[in-house]
Ligand binder design. Structure first.
Ligand code: UDP
Length: 321
């Protein structure tokens, strides 16, 4: 069985491709390389194309029995400044993908969603039934696609898994792929960079949050754990399971200060840092309630914050060290 991984040359897609292969699936990658990297697709067949190139996409889909969709823009701040870009790619492009899947007879879609669909939650940990009220265009674009999947399930029998990620981080243990965003905005690679001579000092966004140490709390999940949940979700659908929406996190939050401590312990170097103002739109704490994913898929995140940081550190050293 062949799985089409759209956005397969990106951070999470390239990890999913490897885990799919380890589980015996054939994998075909599709990516426009706008933010993806051909190097991360090494060893896989890659079709270079955009989701809006529906002829090319249809040809790839005809060779596949299921699709995983990772091809989206994913910077919250940029989505506020340039919503058109986000609606064009994530909404219009997403619909093009969905309609092409229907037309080519694909009936199983795994979707890369986000905890940003919840906006600012009334309580943590966050369960799947919390209201979906995104507070930025990125979250709105992801929620639109979730709703389209729900409607296509009812109308056309399409089966989907909407997987709502918390903070994906870390790198594949083989060292073949890892995080390389440009610009990099995520805490762990920036904190690792700040422990090296080349990297800029880390700006800590706010020290006055209502948390134990005053810094924001997030649920960091190893990207390989995330990728494994995708494969389990696919197996659930292929086994006749109904459509699902699941939170993918560890259920455990870590503050920015705790992440810095972990980075210093693993690198053996100080993280150069400055305390700055809060970043607009950052909720104080986002932590998943991952129990539904465990119940439905028999999946649980296995890797710790230390493993996340150490694999990210190995990846950084290999690529920029
Ligand atoms: N953060 C920070 N400095 C940075 C980048 C991030 O203090 O340069 C904080 C941010 O405020 C948040 C956490 O680290 O509380 C994780 O941010 P990231 O951008 O990695 O992921 P997000 O939670 O925004 O998806």
């Amino acid at each position: 069985m062949t799985v089409l991984v759209v956005g397969g040359a990106g951070y999470i897609g390239s990890h999913a491709a490897r885990v799919l292969r380890r589980h015996g699936f054939d994998v075909l990658l599709y990516d426009n390389l706008s933010t993806g990297h051909a190097a991360l697709a090494k060893g896989f067949e890659l079709v270079v194309g955009d989701v809006t190139e529906t002829g090319k996409l249809a040809d790839a889909m005809k060779r596949s029995q299921a699709v995983m969709h990772f091809a989206a823009h994913a910077y919250v701040g940029e989505s506020v400044k340039d919503p058109r870009k986000y609606f064009r790619n994530n909404v219009e492009g997403g619909l093009a993908l969905l309609n092409t899947a229907l037309e080519t007879g694909l009936r199983h879609v795994i979707f890369s969603s986000t905890c940003a669909v919840y906006g600012i939650p009334a309580q943590v940990p966050i369960g799947e039934d919390a209201p979906r009220q995104p507070v930025n265009p990125y979250g709105v674009s992801k929620l639109f696609f979730e709703r389209a999947l729900e409607a296509y399930d009812v109308a056309y029998g399409l089966r989907f898994a909407s997987l709502r990620y918390f903070n994906a981080a870390g790198a594949d243990e083989t060292g073949e792929t890892g995080e390389c965003h440009d610009p990099e905005t995520h805490l762990i690679p920036l904190a690792l960079g700040a422990a090296t001579e080349q990297g800029a000092p880390l700006q800590v966004f706010g020290g006055d949050y209502p948390t134990a140490d005053g810094t924001c709390i997030r649920d960091y999940i190893h990207v390989t754990d995330l990728a494994e949940a995708h494969v389990k979700a696919l197996e659930h659908l292929l086994g006749g399971g109904s459509s699902i929406a699941l939170n993918l996190g560890t259920g455990r939050g870590h503050s920015v200060k705790e992440v810095i401590t972990a980075v210093e312990a693993i690198t053996g170097r100080p993280v150069r840092k400055q305390l700055g103002p809060r970043r607009a739109g950052d909720p104080p704490a986002l932590v998943a309630d991952p129990r539904r994913a465990e119940g439905v898929l028999g999946w649980k995140a296995k890797r710790s914050l230390a493993e996340i940081v150490s694999t990210a550190w190995q990846w950084l050293q290999r690529n920029h060290g």
